[in-house]
Design a protein around this ligand. Structure first.
Ligand SMILES: [Fe+2]
Length: 310
């Protein structure tokens, strides 16, 4: 039997995890989840996040999400182990959560989705500041995203989305002039990021087709105690039927409650929109979208320009 590894006091707290800093300094992106490093404070953060969120999920989350929470056997008592999550997840949709040490450049991220892998943050926010966090943590990634991945239709949307990203990277290779190629790729990434933001991260869906009742399926909303209620109840939020031409040209800010959200009819509707997105890509309709957020960083740009296709 192996001897127990001593727990480091720092734990795996967001922005304060020596294990993550060491992984990053070695250049390791895909890592193991060193479960023994979670401190008692980390476990307490999970318990607080989960227990206060559950009643709001029951009220506002899409039924597929609630089924996902059940199917994954997520625990209210302890930070989940990704290997346990994957035992439940893989048989349902062939998706798996894969631990990462930090930011995954855009192309690599979308291409992971195409392969049914979800880059998953393993750190957790501080137990005393549960509300706002600019960076993802395990509560956002595992409790916000992964339950939706148990749904075959939703997971197919993610795969299709990864295919569109791949088509964009391939298409860029055919643009001979570098300045034009960079402009097109930047614009394509912006359009993809906006689509992802207004669906996978902040999407709303009709409870049933034709129903006026709104349910939440976007992970940014599902992992926010305040915004999950605000996005459905507040008269300050503009909720409009999903319109692709609007979504790909609409900038967004990540550090405040969203003033504008889009409602899809169903998972089928969402899937069809990814098909339209791909058609628009090939027609050049995503080559010069409206400027503004998100700004495309050098890493994201290079990940598309240097993509390899095995
Ligand atoms: Fe997310």
């Amino acid at each position: 039997m192996a001897t127990a590894t001593p727990t480091r006091p720092e734990g795996l707290t967001t922005t304060r995890a020596p294990f993550i800093e060491e992984s990053q300094s070695r250049g390791d992106l895909f890592i193991e989840q060193p479960y023994h490093l979670y401190s008692e404070d980390n476990q307490e953060a999970w318990r607080r996040l989960y227990s206060r969120m559950m009643p709001r999920w029951q009220r506002y989350a899409h039924p597929r999400f609630l089924e996902g929470v059940n199917n994954l056997a997520l625990s209210s008592d302890a930070v989940p182990r990704l290997e346990d999550i994957n035992k439940f997840l893989e048989p349902l949709s062939a998706f798996k959560a894969k631990a990462v040490a930090g930011y995954v450049p855009a192309y690599m991220f979308f291409d992971c989705l195409r392969r049914r892998e979800f880059p998953t943050t393993i750190t957790i926010r501080d137990k005393d500041s549960l509300d706002y966090l600019p960076e993802p943590d395990i509560f956002h990634d595992v409790a916000g995203h992964v339950p939706m991945h148990t749904d075959r239709h939703f997971s197919d949307v993610l795969v299709r989305f990864g295919e569109v990203a791949r088509a964009a990277a391939k298409r860029a290779l055919e643009i001979p002039e570098r300045e034009r190629r960079v402009h097109v790729v930047e614009s394509n990434i912006k359009a993809l990021a906006r689509f992802f933001w207004f669906t996978v991260e902040f999407g709303l869906m009709r409870h049933e087709p034709g129903s006026e009742e709104i349910r939440v399926y976007g992970s940014g909303l599902l992992s926010s105690f305040g915004e999950i209620e605000h996005c459905v109840e507040s008269t300050d939020v503009q909720r409009y039927p999903f319109q692709l031409e609007w979504v790909v040209n609409q900038y967004f800010e990540i550090d405040k409650y969203q003033p504008l959200l889009f409602v899809v009819d169903s998972f089928k509707h969402l899937f069809e929109q990814v098909d339209v997105l791909e058609a628009w890509l090939h027609q050049g309709k995503l080559d010069n979208v409206s400027p503004g957020e998100p700004l495309i960083n050098e890493q994201d740009l290079r990940s598309f320009l240097n993509a390899s296709f095995e």
